[in-house]
Design a protein around this ligand. Structure first.
Ligand code: GLN
Length: 229
């Protein structure tokens, strides 16, 4: 199993997710600088959180055009699993690997807190370790997490079961009061059609140890390990 974490100028969750992959999946990922053009064949690519290129223009907009992303796109095309967390989710939408866009939070404030998520689909290599409808607690830390897609795209992703996670109450209810940032249909995480790419705003890599406050992120990395080994 070969994994890589992409590193952009301004990434700040790259080492955290590398620790999660190493500890839970038992493999040290290679760290790939944004200028890299030669990338070995991989099984898993993680696009981590942070502020790539200072989030100038729009979060993820510049990173989506960096040299390494050509390789990421080519490998994603072949079915290599790609996990984009927070800024990584923003980059994957800007790169066209996931539909829609992430806009400024509805309240125009940076949100940094733990939130509850309803697992909308456990039917993927990323989420098999959870149960459909299960409620998990993940931290969020973003100012551009407001998921937007036009009506047609939204109907398509909903119809095809591409929604992975929704912002929810602790009892699993999904409504506007649980919608921390104004995302359409409370979408917090989304698959591509083949479910080989997942992007999500909350941070699974930040809850992988009781010393960090919980372990709700562990099943995601365990699911990937099972799928890829
Ligand atoms: N933690 C992150 O990756 C933050 C993503 C992005 N910089 C935002 O604030 O929306």
């Amino acid at each position: 199993m070969k994994a890589a974490v992409i590193v952009f100028p301004g990434s700040n969750c790259d080492r955290d997710v590398a620790v999660a992959v190493d500890r839970i999946m038992g493999t040290k990922p290679i760290m790939l600088w944004h200028r890299e053009t030669e990338v070995p064949d991989l099984d898993l690519i993680v696009v981590p959180g942070g502020f790539s290129y200072g989030d100038y223009l729009r979060s993820g907009a510049m990173a989506a055009h960096s040299p390494v992303m050509r390789e990421v796109k080519a490998q994603a095309e072949k079915g290599v699993r790609v996990l984009g967390i927070c800024n990584g989710f923003q980059i994957l939408t800007e790169a066209g690997l996931l539909p829609g866009a992430l806009m400024r939070n509805r309240g125009l404030k940076f949100i940094c807190k733990d939130v509850h998520l309803k697992v909308e689909s456990a039917g993927s290599d990323f989420t098999r370790g959870y149960r459909d409808g299960e409620v998990v607690r993940y931290p969020v830390a973003h100012h551009d997490g407001n998921y937007f897609a036009d009506d047609e795209t939204l109907a398509r992703v909903e119809g095809q079961g591409q929604v992975a996670f929704r912002y929810a109450h602790p009892d699993g209810r999904v409504d506007d009061a649980a919608n921390i940032n104004g995302s359409r249909n409370n979408i917090a995480g989304l698959f591509n059609e083949r479910r080989t790419v997942l992007g999500l705003m909350p941070h699974p890599e930040r809850l992988i140890d009781d010393h960090l406050g919980g372990t709700d992120g562990v099943p995601m990395f365990k699911s990937l390990l099972e799928a890829l080994s």
